[in-house]
Design a protein around this ligand. Sequence first.
Ligand code: PBG
Ligand code: ZN
Length: 326
Amino acid sequence: MNNNFPAIRPRRLRKSPSLRTLFQETAFTLDDLVLPVFVEEETSDFAEIATMPGVLRIPESKLAYEIERYARAGIRSVMTFGISHHMDATGSDTWSENGLVARMARICKDTVPEMIVMSDTCFCEYTTHGHCGVLHDHGVDNDATLINLGRQAVNAAAAGADFIAPSAAADGQVRAIRHALDTAGFSETAIMAYSTKLASSLYGPFREAGGSVLQGDRKQYQMNPLNRREAVRESLLDEQEGADALMVKPAGTYLDMISDIRAASKLPLAAYQVSGEYAMIKFAARAGAIDERKVVRETLGAIKRAGADIILSYFAMDIAENGVDY
Ligand code: PBG
Ligand code: ZN
């Protein structure tokens, strides 16, 4: 044999679609996906979000219809975000029995009881200042916010939410919520913590979608994106505090953190492909620069490969209707 030719040829396993599929290490399916939804009160029309083409704000009056449509398409789980018309300094609508957080959970569970409802648990969409908690002179007051997180969590659980998903980035939020839930008799309600939440610039389109009134940034409470060790520490703290599942957010630019946390914890791990990641793909595809469906498959596949079990993505409904493009 001519020594200049290789004996080892990885191409042997790439020759045909069947071979490539047989030897593919990672796959994701609709079963892994959670669809985030934006629900606006006191309006009767769907509204387009200019920075998130294809995503609509759902009027509360049409939420039941939408949930049925998602369920029929094969979506198993949604994460609910409210667009409030009842903001105040603390976001008190979130712990009102008839507030938007409670109504969203009730509508979803009443319409499709088997739909897994995750209630995003924060205040930024319900506060007049747009911060994720109680604002004091020097920023968000961590411990005052914990008390309100407990109230909101109990309210959402009473309305039927399956998961409380705290995204306020408050220290001790999982412990405070677990304690509040257990004390109120909701020991069966689970917590999916936004355990490693970065102070990312990829949330811009979401803030537009939610009509955010935020001035400044969230760097005093969300994590520095350049801290890989701290990312693991944050998630492990939430595990110790009693989280049922962990999350990294955003996803695609933090695959190292997903991989590290996967290795450091046995808990289920979610990753959130956020609005900016969605927008980058949509706008590049619209400009003809990339093939949207192939890039969706590649990016969600990468998030899965890095170690995420569950992915929150605005593409979930598209995948439900059209499948994954191989
Ligand atoms: C804040 C929150 C954010 C998102 C959901 N809830 C981030 C932020 O505004 O700081 C972003 C989701 C997305 O961009 O898709 N509690
Ligand atoms: Zn928030």
